[in-house]
Design a protein around this ligand. Structure first.
Ligand code: NAD
Length: 375
């Protein structure tokens, strides 16, 4: 049984779906690992490291695409779709909700496709949770990038020439990314405030030494622990709070998301205009609609009032060596649910009684099987 690792071809994607460590683990299961030459270079892994770990290097993508199990970071491009084949297992961050026609295409090709973003976020799933592993690094990098765009200093500095006051950083949305952003900003010596709407968030924010601002609406968390969209009245109350607070902030990092929907708009153009010249806003939600009016994914814009708005785009890819290691390990833990080391070689079983397997499975036997994506 073969497992394939290919070079990611989507624009700006630097990560790779395996590490030398996971290649070794796959080989240990008895899988033959095919790695496309150069697949790991952008994330700091040379062909020699993969080869030493037990992989067979192949020259062209098609050879790796032919494997029984194909691991990807991002969903296949149109060209790559042409290389998928019947009865193949595809595992990656397939982003199915905005790309339902592609989910249908996996079914038509007879591919068993698993979308790692759909894993239920249970305790057992933690070691496979790509959303958490990648968001954690994105939150860290968001503060680093915001700081780079800010031409002043973060910590308080007491010098013979006078005291430099610490920067004030406001984190909007304190999920996995936001909490890491808080921790990073605190480590840099900034004065950190944060807001969220999930009931558990106030304590989580305070446990990291930041100050909670805002309000928690009634029943703001769904059964899965995620936030729900706010009502118009709640949005108004939140807007008043943000408008008042943001005026005094030097850096704002926004991370608010509602799963399966557009990111909520939290910072309006008027709020941006109320900030001081030289302030920085980094919108980590820019790719899913944006928390900030005027942010554009992958672009940095400076408003007439001198506020710099950084629209994040694929933040985990900017830390590809670190994010690939975690992503690869998440996938490896998931593959271990599907493949066992049988007496005469590795055995593949798609056990849909397992909630994690069923939770991530999009298509099987020529049909779309995920309840959220069946038409
Ligand atoms: P996410 O990426 O969906 O959203 C980011 C944050 O934005 C969330 O904290 C959300 O509450 C917040 N948000 C949404 N609308 C908002 C608004 N209008 N104003 C302010 N904030 C808003 O969330 P996530 O980071 O993936 O995590 C969400 C929850 O899941 C967290 O409680 C996290 O601890 C939990 N989680 C659990 C597990 C597990 O148990 N295995 C794993 C990961 C995350």
């Amino acid at each position: 049984m073969k497992l394939g690792i290919v070079t990611e071809t989507r624009d700006g994607e630097q990560r790779v779906a395996a590490s030398a460590d996971t290649v070794k683990r796959y080989a240990g299961l008895g899988l033959e690992v095919l790695v496309q030459r150069g697949a790991g270079v952008a994330s700091g892994v040379g062909d020699d490291a993969f080869e030493k770990a037990g992989a067979t290097l192949v020259d062209d993508a098609a050879a790796a695409f032919g494997a029984d199990i194909l691991l990807k970071v991002q969903r296949p491009t149109d060209d790559e779709m042409g290389m998928l084949r019947k009865d193949q297992v595809l595992i990656g961050a397939l982003d199915p909700y905005p790309h339902r026609e592609q989910v249908q295409a996996y079914a038509e090709k007879g591919v068993s496709a698993f979308s790692m973003e759909l894993l239920p976020r249970t305790t057992r799933a933690q070691a496979m949770d790509i959303l958490s592993s990648q968001a954690n690094l994105a939150g860290y990098k968001a503060v680093i990038d915001a700081m780079a765009a800010y031409n002043r200093v973060l910590p308080m500095m007491m010098t013979a020439a006078g005291t430099v006051t610490p920067a004030k950083i406001f984190i909007v949305g304190a999920g996995v990314a936001g909490l890491q952003a808080i921790a990073t900003a605190r480590r840099m010596g900034a004065v950190v405030t944060a807001t969220d709407v999930r009931p558990a968030s106030k304590e989580e924010i305070e446990s990291l030494g930041a100050k909670f601002v805002g309000f928690i609406p009634d029943d703001a968390a769904t059964k899965g622990g995620y936030a729900r969209a706010l009502t118009a009245e709640e949005q108004k109350k939140q807007a008043e709070m943000v408008a008042e607070h943001i005026k005094s902030q030097d850096i704002v990092v926004t991370t608010a998301q509602i799963p399966g929907r557009q990111a909520p708009r939290i910072v309006s153009g008027d709020m941006v205009a109320s900030m001081k010249r030289g302030s920085v806003i980094l919108d980590l939600a820019a790719e899913t609609g944006g928390n900030v009016e005027g942010s554009r994914a992958g672009e940095t814009v400076t408003t007439d009032g001198g506020v710099v708005i950084v629209g994040a785009r694929n933040m985990p890819s900017k830390l590809a060596p670190a994010s690939s290691v975690l992503f690869a390990r998440n996938l490896n833990n998931f593959v271990a649910l599907l493949v066992s080391k049988g007496e005469s070689g590795p055995e593949l079983t798609i056990d849909t009684d397992d909630d994690l397997v069923a939770g991530a499975l999009l298509t099987q036997g020529g049909a779309v099987v995920h309840p959220n994506l069946k038409s």
